[in-house]
Design a protein around this ligand. Structure first.
Ligand code: PLP
Length: 363
């Protein structure tokens, strides 16, 4: 069987796949209400929040757009704390809807500095909102969100967090860290296919909503809230994915959030050790190396595109390449969701054989 080790979509357990083959039900009926209410409550547990949580049909990027259009007005000054492709995407969405972006963009592979965030907020008292990518999937870096959130909330600004590839895999206590809007995506750590985005909304975010003038219909939080009170969604949701999520969330709660986070930590450490043992350099600053995706830098003649092709064709292992300017510079191993140490062992063993065939000569 092919081993999919990209940072999303991620593999799906058999019982979750079976849940998706169910016959359709009425999305405005009592059975659906029961399922969505249960899934929403379970999501709140895993988000570690008492805030509203909405299940919206759309990809993660849709969730980022939902966050932007519900709390901002055209002309708002927004600080973009970015360290890669997805941070820039978040900023692009806000700019497209009329926000004025103040970029605080750090070098890819490094993590943003909370002190710089503090200085920028002090120098710009008119910044209303801050965008942060918790886990930058394009570089394999997890930022120090706890410190950044402290700085942002002490300054009294609104904090929007792209946690698409971290929530449910890496610890992110939404309430303790006072994150106002937090977005995740179904195909990352949640063990279900692409197509859903899950999003939490704080009281502060609702206050911002009351004055936010960006245009919105499909993503409107208030519609989501009023329909959820009836156990429904405003528009027809991806019913099969909600069947899947209901099962995967129960699996996650059975394992326990602490155990899930610990498993991702162990698997990531095993990945990094394995890569280093092969003589390959890690791309991400190791103090901030992600526990859901490991980025590996090319070196010693390695052709990363050729490597990915050999792994796919000869070993049935699918790894990720680099995005944008990192294409050909790094490759990425996804280890989030349904993953254990044995999966990583298989990847490292295959790499050991494939690396010389892709031009790599260990020193
Ligand atoms: C995957 C990902 C996205 C984009 O999600 P889509 O579902 O592809 O729209 C955004 N941000 C981060 C950090 C991601 O990992």
């Amino acid at each position: 069987m092919e081993q999919l080790r990209i940072p999303g979509p991620t593999p799906i357990p058999d019982n979750v796949r079976q849940a998706m083959s169910r016959q359709m039900i009425n999305h405005r009926g009592p059975e659906f209400a029961k399922i969505i209410n249960r899934a929403t409550e379970n999501l709140k547990t895993l988000f570690q929040t008492k805030n509203d949580v909405f299940l919206l049909t759309g990809s993660g990027t849709g969730g980022l757009e939902a966050a932007v259009v519900n709390v901002m007005s055209p002309g708002d000054k927004v600080l973009s704390v970015s360290h890669g492709v997805f941070g820039e995407r978040f900023a692009t969405i806000a700019r497209t809807f009329g926000a004025e972006i103040i970029p605080l963009w750090s070098e890819w592979g490094t993590a943003p500095d909370p002190e710089e965030v503090r200085r920028t907020l002090q120098a710009n008292s008119d910044i209303k909102t801050v965008l942060v990518t918790h886990n930058e999937t394009s570089t394999g870096v997890t930022c120090d969100l706890e410190s950044i959130s402290k700085v942002v909330k002490e300054a009294g600004r609104l904090l929007l967090v792209d946690a698409i590839s971290s929530l449910g895999s890496i610890n992110l206590p939404v309430d303790e860290w006072k994150c106002d809007v937090v977005i995740t995506g179904s195909q990352k750590g949640w063990m279900i296919p692409p197509g859903m985005t899950m999003i939490s909304v704080s009281e502060e975010a609702w206050k911002a909503y009351a004055n936010a003038a960006m245009p919105r219909v499909y993503w409107d939080f208030n519609r989501a809230k009023s329909y959820l009170e009836k156990g429904q969604t405003p528009w027809t949701p991806a019913v099969s994915l909600i069947f899947a999520l209901d099962v995967s969330l129960q699996m996650m709660l059975e394992e326990g959030l602490e155990n899930i986070v610990a498993r991702h930590t162990r698997v990531a450490e095993k990945t990094r050790e394995g890569i280093k043992s092969l003589g390959l350099p890690l791309f991400a600053d190791e103090k901030f190396a992600s526990n859901t995706v490991t980025s590996v830098k090319t070196s010693n003649g390695l052709d990363t595109r050729k490597l990915l092709k050999i792994l796919r064709e000869e070993y049935k292992i699918i790894l990720g390449g680099g995005q944008q300017k990192l294409d050909g510079v790094i490759f990425r191993i996804g280890h989030l969701g349904w993953v254990n140490e044995a999966d990583i062992e298989r990847v490292i063993n295959a790499l050991k054989e494939a690396l010389p065939k892709a031009g790599f000569s260990a020193v």
